[in-house]
Design a protein around this ligand. Structure first.
Ligand code: F6P
Length: 322
């Protein structure tokens, strides 16, 4: 029986635990011995590697985060630590790795593969949904639902008190979370890093809306925009003429029980990742597009810039007139 390991790298997402559960079950079903690497690449270097069994994954399918921990490893960027990581894998006789992470994690694995020949398959996992070559990354749906719940709650107070709320979502340089959240929450304003904006263009329309009876505004802005959220709130107060508050959603966007969709996607991503490793896909990322899964090269995934869905961008233009 061959040994196969899984690790989580970078920002955790809800969906990792269901992925771990299915990894153990699917590996055993395919006559492989499953192993966990704890704490991402850091654990690979520090030999935090252990056999995994059904018992380890019992009762975790509904839990956010990751039972085996994650990290952003600086040491893994250095050749000498990658050599130690390889020794540790050899010690456990592990020849295949499944890596849940983002493009930085995949670039690290690509170097590791080229240096030491460790076969791996990446599973796109980040709430930012900013990985080229795949339209979906594990964890995005849960994050969007957490954001939706938060915005719905904020609407209650915004409408009761007649205020503008500027709500900041995560996403680094990618506006996906903000854009989808704005469209699905009926927000009046959406600002994302990919699309240039000028607040002045909204002033007259927003004032007219207040004159016509509008009592409150919801503005969803992505953390990567050029201005600070507080400046947007100040603009509402000074230029539009409505009291404003700021809510930075922060790390709650990374937690919460995985949604049905993320549980299902975890299942599918893991099955395809293991199938690929057993079928000569040795340095790839399993990507999801148009309802299907394909293995793509690291070059096509981790060295390209993601493209925000063009249809979503059209909706942004239509709705928010940018
Ligand atoms: O990449 C995921 C993410 O949650 C980003 O949206 C955010 O900018 C960043 O990680 C936060 O990083 P940290 O958890 O290190 O504060």
């Amino acid at each position: 029986r061959k040994n196969i390991a899984i690790l989580c790298s970078g920002g955790d997402v809800s969906g990792m635990n269901p992925a771990l559960k299915h990894f153990v079950e699917y590996a055993l079903k395919n006559s492989l011995n499953p192993f966990f690497v704890y704490d991402g690449y850091e654990g690979l270097i520090d030999d935090k590697i252990d056999k995994a069994s059904y018992c380890d994954v019992a009762g975790i399918i509904n839990k956010g985060g990751t039972k085996i921990g994650s990290s952003r490893s600086r040491r893994f960027m250095q050749k000498k630590y990658r050599a130690i990581a390889k020794q540790n894998l050899d010690h456990h006789n592990i020849e295949m790795l499944v890596v849940l992470g983002g493009d930085g994690s995949f670039r690290g694995m690509d170097i590791f593969y080229k240096e030491h020949g460790v076969k791996f398959c990446g599973i796109p996992s980040t709430i930012d949904n900013d990985i080229a070559g795949t339209s979906y990354c594990l964890g995005v749906d849960t994050s969007l639902n957490i954001i939706r719940t938060a915005i719905d709650a904020i609407r209650d107070t915004a409408s009761s008190f007649g205020r503008a709320f500027v709500i900041e979502t995560m996403g680094r340089e990618c506006g996906y979370l903000a854009l989808v959240s704005a469209l699905t929450s009926g927000a009046e304003l959406c600002l994302i890093p990919e699309v240039p904006y000028n607040l002045e263009q909204y002033e007259e329309s927003f004032k007219n809306q207040i004159a016509a009876g509008r009592k409150y505004f919801l503005a969803i802005v992505s953390e990567g925009i050029k201005e600070d959220v507080r400046e947007i709130a100040q603009w509402f107060e000074e230029k539009v003429g409505i009291e404003a508050r700021v809510t930075i959603l922060g790390h709650m966007q990374r937690g919460g029980n995985p949604t049905v969709y993320d549980r299902l996607m975890a299942y599918k991503f893991v099955s395809h990742a293991i199938d690929g490793l057993l079928n000569e896909q040795h340095d790839s990322v399993i990507c999801y597009n148009d309802g299907g899964f394909t293995h793509k090269s690291i070059q096509d995934v981790a060295f390209q810039k993601y493209q925000l869905d063009s249809e979503l961008l059209c909706h942004l233009q239509d709705l928010y007139n940018v």
